[in-house]
Write a protein that binds this ligand. Structure first.
Ligand SMILES: *Cc1c(COP(=O)(O)O)cnc(C)c1O
Length: 424
């Protein structure tokens, strides 16, 4: 084993440090495995109950009328998330697109949209019109209001009570912190804010941006009162196999409205060819609980490694996890650059390229990104990115297997050592 790690570029010193860290995490890893076991059974039960068969893997083309595989896949998602209906499509090209379809399908001119967790994920700013943008909800006459979180990262229930008015139609809750500095919400916390909001306005549509949260816990937000949950198939629920796609699960009327927005009024869910992708979607969902477990172990391993070396990590090495994202603050550009180089060097694809910071459109500082992925932009695969500006924090997530996540983190440490950015 040591020779194999050595052949990949990991020194004995780094390997030993990793080994000691891993040994102390045995119990946490066992708890993650138990949760993955439960979620694996949940997915198998959903596939059995819906009588998934190999005929469902056949491709359709053109309009995609009577695409049995597509329809059964949506039934399986509805079973897993315990909802009346689901829209799971390659025509939903990303998480942002799925969120846009769910919002624009369910909001009408004169309605107000409420976010109880402050500013939502970056890409939603243009969808909503927080940042001026052609085609935004704002342009269509949908107003927006947000209630910021309290100082300790919890919901401001009094503020939410005051914000809900006769125009408030839909509340969108973001489960994962994404790249913001606040804790990720547990499904239980999301359930509390939904119950509170519905006690004020029972017909309020409550939607959850579920990105990065799927299968981290044994229940999903739709089991805690959410009318809709939305996410990307190149994150957790695609299991690394889905090459594209998004999902919206929830109440039948909400999903139908979203489907009329995705295709056309009158057509809805009846059209949309699956083009031969169904097998990847089914199989990716099937693998997702174990893939998420591997990614979680990687995040916890990284938190413990870098916490020991004196860096600030969020979540910390012991905290309960509600998503797969880990942030590490290195405090120097050299630190984040060395970390990203390590993640890249450990990848199965493009391990030979060196990531460099560049001026990406839409960002106010150069950004460095590391990803050696089978699917472009897939962030369930091991990936890291960081804006080159104070506090010099890197965000990293994913790993299709725990062993790959572990190699990536050991390699990041190796590169930091070689750059003289840490001492162990
Ligand atoms: C990734 C993400 C999105 C957007 O998904 P894309 O597939 O990148 O468009 C939205 N919200 C959250 C919380 C995310 O993590």
């Amino acid at each position: 084993m040591e020779n194999m790690y050595k052949s990949l570029g990991i020194s004995r010193q780094v390997l030993e440090f990793g080994k000691k860290t891993e040994e102390a995490l045995k119990e946490r890893f066992e708890a993650i495995d138990r949760r993955a076991e439960y979620n694996q059974l949940k997915v198998i039960k959903a596939m059995q109950d819906n009588r998934v068969s190999d005929i469902h893997f056949a491709a359709t083309t053109g309009y995609g009328y009577n695409d049995l595989g597509r329809d059964i896949l949506e039934e399986v998602f509805a079973s897993v998330f315990q909802t009346e209906s689901a829209l799971v499509r390659p025509q939903l090209i990303s998480g942002t697109h799925a969120l846009h379809i769910a919002l624009s399908g369910n909001l009408r001119p004169g309605d107000e949209l409420l976010s109880p967790n402050g500013k939502p994920y970056d890409t939603l700013e243009e969808v909503i019109g927080i940042r001026e943008s052609a085609g935004s909800l704002k342009e269509y006459g949908v107003a927006y209001r947000q209630v910021d979180l309290l100082g300790d990262g919890t919901f401001d229930f009094e503020g939410i009570r005051k914000a809900i008015n006769e125009k408030t139609k839909l509340m969108t809750i973001q489960r994962s912190k994404g790249y913001a500095a606040r804790p990720t919400f547990s499904v239980e916390q999301i359930g509390e804010v939904i119950a509170f909001a519905k006690s004020i306005k029972p017909d309020l549509i409550c939607m959850v941006d579920n990105c990065y949260g799927e299968f981290v816990e044994t229940i999903e937000p739709t089991q805690a009162g959410a009318d809709m949950a939305v996410g990307s198939l190149i994150k957790n629920p695609g299991g690394g196999l889905a090459p594209i796609g998004g999902y919206i699960v929830g109440r039948k009327d909400c999903i139908d409205r979203a489907s009329y927005r995705l295709s056309a009024p009158g057509l809805g869910k009846e059209v949309g060819a699956s083009l031969g992708l169904n097998q990847s979607f089914f199989q990716g969902l099937f693998l997702s609980p174990t893939v998420v477990a591997g990614a979680l172990k990687g995040a916890i391993f990284a938190a413990n490694i870098y916490e020991k070396l004196g860096f600030a990590v969020v979540p910390d090495g012991r905290q309960e996890r509600y998503d797969i994202i880990q942030s590490i603050t290195f405090g120097t550009p050299e630190g984040v650059i060395a970390f990203c180089k390590g993640i890249q060097a450990a990848a199965p694809v493009d391990s030979f390229v060196t990531p460099e910071p560049w001026d990406m459109p839409g960002y106010d500082a150069p950004v460095i990104m590391a990803a050696g992925a089978f699917v472009q932009g897939s962030s369930i695969e091991l990936s890291a990115d960081a804006p080159i500006k104070p506090p010099y924090a890197v965000y990293f997530q994913g790993g299709l297997t725990w062993y790959h996540a572990k190699l990536g983190i050991l390699m990041s440490l190796q590169k930091l050592l070689e750059a003289g950015a840490v001492k162990i």
